[in-house]
Design a binder for this molecule. Sequence first.
Ligand SMILES: Nc1ncnc2c1ncn2[C@@H]1O[C@H](COP(=O)(O)OP(=O)(O)OP(=O)(O)O)[C@@H](O)[C@H]1O
Ligand SMILES: [Mg+2]
Length: 264
Amino acid sequence: MKLSVRSVYKTFHHSHRESTIALEDLSFDVQAGEFICLLGPSGCGKTTLLNIIAGLDKPDSGTVLMDGKEITGPGRDRVEIFQEPALFPWLNVLDNVAFGLDCIGMPRKKQAPKLGQYLRMVGLSSFRKAYMHELSGGMKQRVALARALAIEPDILLMDEPFAALDAQTRDMLHAELQEIWAKTGKTILFVTHNVREALVLGDRVLLLSARPGRLKRDFRCELPRPRHIEDFALIEAVRELLSDLREEVLAAQQKELEHEKLAA
Ligand SMILES: Nc1ncnc2c1ncn2[C@@H]1O[C@H](COP(=O)(O)OP(=O)(O)OP(=O)(O)O)[C@@H](O)[C@H]1O
Ligand SMILES: [Mg+2]
C-alpha cells in the first residue's frame, strides 16, 4: 500500500468562535500508481488532509502511513501543487523547474537531462528562458507541474490546481495530466470541487461529507482512458455522484446557517 490514512481526526481551535472539527475518523488506502480525486463541499477538510499527507500539519489522532511508515514531516517523496502556482517571478522557467534540485545541491550538469525531460513532458521546452509574467495561467501550472516532477516524488498532491483556469486550458491540462500520469506511474491525490473533473481524472473518487470531513463514498471509475469532460459515458457517473455531493453541500450550508443563528 502506498498510502494509508487511518482514523485521522483534526480539530482547529479559534479564539473568537467554537472549535472547528475539520476531519473526523477519516480512513482510506491508496495503492501505488492510483489516481485519487478528493471531492467535497467547501470547508470539509480537503486541504487539511493534503497538508497532513504533505507533512505540513499533524493529525490530532490517527496516523498516515506511506509505504508502511508513519509520516512525521515533509519529504521529497511528496510534493504539493496549489491552485495558485507558487512560482518565482525573478527566475525563468528553467530555473523555476530546477529550484527543488538546486535546493538539494544537485549540480546543473546532472540535472540537465531531467530538466529537459520534464520541460518536454509539459510542453514548455521552447519557453525555458521565459519569465513568469510572460506566461498564461495554464503555462504557469505546467511550470509548477514540471518543478514538482523534477524532484521525482512518489506522490503528487494537487490542491485544485486547475480551478482558476478557463475551460479550454483545463481540458488540455486534463489530457496532459492523464498522459503524464500514465508515463510516470505517480500516485496522485487531486482535490477538486468539480464532479466532472474528478471523474475525468480519477481511478477512484473519494467523496468527503460536509464538515467534519468523513468518507461518504469511495467511487471507482473504470471508464476507458484517455477520458474527456464531454464523454457521453461520463454523464451517468456524473449524475450519480452529483446527487450525493449536492446532499453534502446542502448539509454544509445548513450547518453554517445554524452556526450564524447561534452566534447572533
Ligand atoms: N490553520 C487553520 N486554522 C483554523 N482553522 C482552519 C485552519 N485550516 C483550516 N481550518 C478550518 O478547517 C476547515 C477545513 O478547512 P480546509 O481548508 O481543509 O477545507 P477545504 O475542504 O479545503 O475547503 P475549500 O474547498 O474551500 O478549499 C474549515 O472550516 C477551516 O476554516
Ligand atoms: Mg481547500
